[in-house]
Design a protein around this ligand. Structure first.
Ligand code: NAE
Length: 254
């Protein structure tokens, strides 16, 4: 996909990975970047606007845990304004295994609901034009950080959902791929609760190993957007971008 002149919705476009990715996207010159996030950050929005005055940047507050109908209402407002949307990025995530239900609600249900809501506007069976979904999952969806089993499972679930959506593209016209960052230096991994306190030093232990910066992650994110491969499982780790070959252990045969 060519980012130049496109219309992009970015859920969680103001987080650690989100903001640097928003910056890289804006540099590539989309027509519109609509940033949705739980909390506004006027300074960050102003900075994005100043980065490339040709790009129209809009912000709407959006909590991904709202009911599906509310998400559809917000998307209607956006579609009424933009007419077409080329790419939806779902990036909302929390890492706190003390909050089991919230983790599943944000990391998994939030991704599922926002994707489901945009199908109202994109589904070719309803006369829609199709579109592209990029879901930020995680390398912990490949192999868990077992000290945070709830977070890891929520990311595995988001990854599984994304690969199914990709396989439904011939029916819906909507393609999808997953963006799976390795450990990236953001507030998310500074300090976090393990499940039942099984490892109080999980963040410290993780950060003893090599990590990547949000800028490295963002630059590879933009490369993945441009590659636009339906069903791709992108690993963005240690400053690299690699497409993962998923091992098949079973096939439904249908
Ligand atoms: P961050 O905490 O800076 O960003 C989290 C973003 O999610 C923020 O924009 C926040 O407002 C938004 N958000 C949280 N709850 C929300 C809600 N209810 N509704 C709407 N938005 C909400 O952390 P980050 O590291 O930039 O994380 C961005 C995404 O990347 C998350 O989905 C995270 O799980 C994922 N990710 C991060 C890392 C990492 O190392 N930083 C890795 C993979 C994936 C590696 C691991 O999995 C540990």
């Amino acid at each position: 996909m060519v980012i130049a002149n496109s219309n992009i919705i970015f859920v969680a476009g103001l987080g650690g990975i989100g903001l640097d990715t928003s910056r890289e996207i804006v540099k590539s010159g989309p027509k519109n970047l609509v940033v949705l996030d739980r909390v506004d950050n006027p300074a960050a929005i102003a900075e994005l606007k100043a980065l490339n005055p040709k790009v129209t940047i809009t912000f709407y507050p959006y909590d991904v845990t709202v009911p599906l109908a509310e998400t559809k209402k917000l998307l209607k407002t956006i579609f009424d304004k933009l007419k077409t949307v080329d790419l939806l990025i779902n990036g909302a995530g929390i890492l706190d295994d003390n909050q089991i239900e919230r983790t599943i609600a944000v990391n998994f249900t939030g991704t599922v609901n926002t994707t489901t809501a945009i199908l109202d506007f994109w589904d070719k069976r309803k006369g829609g034009p199709g579109g592209v979904v990029a879901n930020i999952c995680s390398v912990t969806g490949f192999n868990s950080i077992y000290q945070v089993p709830v977070y890891s499972a929520s990311k595995a679930a988001a990854l599984s959902f994304t690969t199914s959506i990709a396989k439904l593209a011939h029916i819906t016209g909507v393609t999808a791929y997953s963006i799976n960052p390795g450990i990236t230096k953001t507030v998310l991994v500074h300090k976090f609760n393990s499940w039942l306190g099984v490892e109080p030093r999980v963040a410290e232990l993780l950060l003893e190993h090599p990590t990547q910066t949000t800028l490295q992650c963002a630059q590879n994110f933009v490369k993945a957007i441009e590659a636009n491969q339906n069903g791709a499982i992108w690993k963005l780790d240690l400053g690299r971008l690699d497409a993962i070959e998923w091992t098949k252990h079973w096939d439904s045969g249908i």
